[in-house]
Design a protein around this ligand. Sequence first.
Ligand code: GLN
Length: 282
Amino acid sequence: MTVSEVRRELTDRFRSSGVESPEVNAEWLLASLLNCSRTELPLRLDETIPDSQLEHLNSQAARRAKREPLQHILGTACFCGLEFQVTPAVLVPRPETEELIELAFETAKTMPCPVIYDFGTGSGCIAVSLAKRLAKAKVIASDISDEALRLAKANAEQHEVIKRVEFRRADGSALAAGEQVQLIVSNPPYIPTSEIAALEPEVRDYEPRLALDGGRDGLEFYRMLARLGQVALTPGGSLIAEFGDGQEDEIESIFRKATWPNIRFAKDLCGKPRIVIASTGQ
Ligand code: GLN
């Protein structure tokens, strides 16, 4: 079969399985098989794919049709222009989180040697991207999952920032009593427990519940972060955290109650409030 024929067949298969953007998914699998970029694919549409390779592609397509995330099948996800290894032990890095990196970078770039704490590092995408962009920064990254930490370490090694990222296993804050940082960043679990069953299959059936479940109202981790920031940030320090649809007002009241003097919000690419930026007084 030719690349063009396979693309059509996979697209149809994915469409009937309810996969969003079926053609794009077909193209990613083909590009990975041919070891080329998606933009190069149109130049290779007439090439014939050998049967031996078709078998491999078919087994990948079957997994995708069962709604396994594409990034689990390929084993990688692109985030902030870097490739991250991903497994079912971590949340697949999302494009929305790239905005958090921009905001954190803007906040920390004028600090001489910032220490940044990434709570719930998962794949390490936030910790590694920030360490990569802020050459003088030291990052502390924590997670409750050993498997996630192993993967995050591998990602830090791959991107050559392992010397500046310290990984700590912790359930809750990993900072020691009295330990202070200039910036806290987090994309914590924020889905209310009762809403998990209604998520799309890719997330509900394949991503780790630990990375999704934010407790009864989804806000458990913001309460913890709002308290932590008050004691663990140096004067003038900031806390930048991502949140879910419609959580802006409740998050604002959590931070107000915890007496943060400065609270603002940033929107994602779809124009929805997605990130809280809170800072302590000087
Ligand atoms: N920090 C990681 C990410 O943004 C993991 C987030 C999580 O597991 N909730 O992808």
